[in-house]
Design a binder for this molecule. Structure first.
Ligand code: SF4
Length: 248
């Protein structure tokens, strides 16, 4: 038996859960051994990543009420400008609402230690809405049911909504009791909502069960039986490819 020895305070995120599903060894190397190796990506992908993080930064500044204009020297200046105009048009800073960009929610001390890093949380009277910016896709088809379905059933949706619901009773910012909770994925290029999910008690129960089962299987996974062949499709783009070829 070769099980992980996770500390009491180990906190799972959407990314770490997804990584375990992609490959348990990748999870171990990245999140337990803390090997922070850079993924080799092509130039196009690197550029999209930079564009996405620039947009996230400017969006954060907008909701904080400080200067959010891209500067002329920015890579992809025109696209960023277009996206920020779209953001302002779609998310006016309405009175009576709190806009909390880059908001971190964490629950610990139970069998489920989870963290969610929200792009934006909007709080109104008895309602809380999570928004996530989808900037990374080469092509998104806003009307695609498949896209919406995939997003709605993703670990990101599960973790974000579950943690928000659990924490809604404890967080000062969410009082007086956020009854209505929803999550939205938004694409600044098409200005479309790619998926909109309204939370319910049934979903909360189901998400909790799924997350608990996955976390249990991570804790009980026996690495002595790890077989690289089962994950070979993911190896080509994995940062640990060279390491695994020698050690697994
Ligand atoms: S190289 Fe393959 S087997 Fe190794 S961690 Fe990455 S995905 Fe898993």
């Amino acid at each position: 038996m070769d099980r992980l020895k996770l500390s009491e305070g180990f906190v799972f995120t959407q990314h770490s859960l997804e990584t375990f599903c992609t490959c348990p060894m990748k999870f171990r190397l990245r999140y337990v051994e803390n090997l922070n190796w850079k993924t080799v990506t092509d130039r196009g992908a690197q550029r999209r990543l930079r564009l996405g993080s620039s947009f996230h930064l400017l969006a954060r500044r907008y909701f904080m009420g400080i200067d959010c204009e891209p500067s002329k020297g920015d890579e992809d200046f025109e696209k960023l400008s277009k996206w920020i105009i779209a953001l302002k048009r779609n998310f006016p800073l309405r009175e009576g609402f709190k806009f909390l960009p880059e908001y971190r929610l964490r629950m610990t001390g139970s069998s489920l230690n989870l963290e969610a890093n929200l792009d934006l949380l909007i709080i109104g009277e008895g309602e809380a809405h999570i928004w996530d910016w989808k900037t990374g896709s080469r092509q998104v088809s806003p009307l695609s049911r498949r896209t919406a379905g995939k997003l709605a059933s993703s670990y990101q949706t599960m973790v974000y909504m579950f943690v928000l619901k659990e924490q809604s009773e404890h967080l000062e910012v969410l009082k007086p009791g956020s009854k209505k909770i929803s999550m939205h994925y938004w694409d600044p290029e098409s200005e479309a909502v790619l998926a909109e999910i309204t939370y319910s008690c049934g979903m909360h129960e189901k998400f909790g069960q799924t997350l608990r089962q996955l976390i249990d299987s991570i804790k009980n996974y026996d690495y002595a039986g790890f077989n690289r062949e089962h994950y070979v499709k993911s190896c080509r783009r994995c940062e640990f490819n060279a390491w695994c070829a020698r050690h697994t």
